[in-house]
Ligand binder design. Structure first.
Ligand code: GAP
Length: 432
């Protein structure tokens, strides 16, 4: 059985095995925040790297950017976020819980069950802060709610420095913050999360072609993340539900344990952002073609990924249960490139120095080759296999007394649980 898993199972595995912890857990937590544990940090980095390699590193039409999180408040006025980045907020008349109106099921307060609410008001989701020592209206700024604006505001800089041919893209990975009224469902809707965004600048007449190409490329990337195609769905977002800047949006949805929900978005942002910046800053955002053609303000295709949702999709798609020798087993069938640990090395018995010495030697050799190698001598060998299965380690190597005689080790495969006897000199080729 693969992928049919409850959210509770994923959350408990993540905590037990060191992928994710509740933010500030030791003080009772802070709603909508999560901390990555050692394995979650590596998994996240691997997802980010795969995204970067696929969409930026392997292409010659992409430019990286790493902009400041705090930006001049004019950015958020010009982009429309100050006026329109809102969700409908209501208050329960009985228990005074503040709730996002469109999340209320069956018109009942999820806290007290009563059904009387205040009139909805629009609640702006940007986190406000003050810049500098004076706290007044003039010093207000915001934590960025999307990384995209750091790209748009640097469009002219990159064009002036590199003079790229259109179409070209600018990419940014970074934290985004939203004061969600109802953070929920583990890392699915948090108040602090990380985005992987691209603004792809095209000639206005070329937007449909570019949109279709991105659509195809996104499906390829989701496949590389190990997400089964039959769990990925496209939703053409209707006019009324689209963000204020978009003329067309496809939400790529995934069958999460919480149901079918948005994993990422692909939007046609037209020239909305560059034109707003041009108006607000008085600086031209026109691009002058090298062939002397008429100048134009580029239009934008935006594939926007959130790494937390990607991670939740990867984990739930990888979660698998089967039976080995009559015993139930749970393991993460992660693509080998994403597994936080590629191979675990163990001595059969912990308290035999000759086995431990040999195991350390093999560990060092593999670490040099693969990097993501764990030395594991906790518990007995059965427990080690179970633990490594649960964190998705594709291979376990065990050093026993025969190793000392003939330089062979046992290599166990995560997916088949098959064990093979292999010469130490051949381990790397077997696993490459
Ligand atoms: N620049 C466009 C933009 O930000 P969005 O649909 O609001 O578009 C893009 O966000 C992606 O960011 C989403 O598809 C999702 O993966 C992620 N995301 C948005 N809000 C989130 C939240 N509160 N918690 C976790 N991820 C979130």
């Amino acid at each position: 059985m693969s992928g049919e898993v409850s959210l509770e199972t994923i959350v408990s595995l993540c905590k037990r095995r060191g992928f994710m912890y509740q933010g500030s857990e030791i003080y009772g937590g802070l709603a909508g925040t999560w901390d990555y544990g050692p394995l979650g940090t590596v998994l996240k980095r691997k997802i980010l790297n795969l995204w970067w390699e696929t969409f930026v590193g392997s292409r010659d039409d992409m430019y990286d950017i790493d902009s400041a999180i705090l930006m001049n408040p004019k950015v958020w006025q010009a982009s429309g976020h100050v006026d329109t980045f809102t969700d409908p907020l209501v208050e329960c008349q009985n228990c005074h819980a503040r709730l996002r109106e469109d999340y209320i099921k069956d018109k009942k307060c999820p806290v007290c069950g009563k059904d009387k609410f205040s009139e909805p008001r629009q609640f702006n989701m940007m986190f406000k802060t003050n810049i500098g020592p004076v706290q007044d209206e003039k010093s207000i700024s915001y934590l960025r709610p999307e990384t995209a604006q750091g790209i748009f505001t640097n469009f002219k800089n990159v064009v002036d420095s590199f003079y790229p041919d259109v179409p070209f893209g600018m990419a940014q990975i970074g934290k985004a913050f939203r004061n969600e009224i109802s953070p929920r469902d583990f890392i699915f809707r948090s108040r602090e999360f990380e985005q992987m965004e691209i603004e792809y600048f095209v000639h206005p007449e070329e937007w449909e072609k570019a949109f279709e190409q991105w659509r195809k490329d996104i499906h390829k990337f989701l496949k590389a993340l190990g997400l089964p195609a039959d769990k990925v769905h496209e939703l053409e977002v209707p006019d009324a539900d689209r963000a204020h800047y978009s003329k067309r949006t496809i939400d790529f949805e995934f069958d999460f344990p919480i149901g079918r929900e948005e994993l990422l978005g692909l939007a046609y942002r037209t020239d909305f952002d560059l034109m707003n910046i041009q108006k607000a800053s008085g600086k031209s955002m026109e691009y002058r073609p090298k062939d002397g053609g008429a100048p134009f303000v580029p239009h934008v295709i935006e594939p926007s990924f959130g790494v937390e949702r990607a991670m939740m999709a990867v984990l739930s798609a990888a979660y698998t249960e089967d039976e080995v020798n009559g015993e139930k087993r749970a393991y993460l069938k992660l693509p080998a490139d994403l597994a936080p640990v590629k191979v675990a090395v163990s001595p059969l018995l912990k308290n035999k120095p000759e086995l431990a010495d040999k195991a350390r030697e093999v560990y060092k050799m593999l670490k040099k080759e693969f990097g993501a190698v764990m030395y594991d001598d906790n518990g007995n060998i059965g427990k080690r296999y179970r633990r490594q299965d649960e964190i998705g380690t594709p291979y376990c190597v065990t050093i026993d007394f025969d190793t000392l005689e003939d330089d062979t080790v046992t290599v166990r495969s995560r997916d088949t649980t098959e064990q093979k006897r292999i010469k130490i000199a051949g381990i790397i080729t077997t696993m490459s």
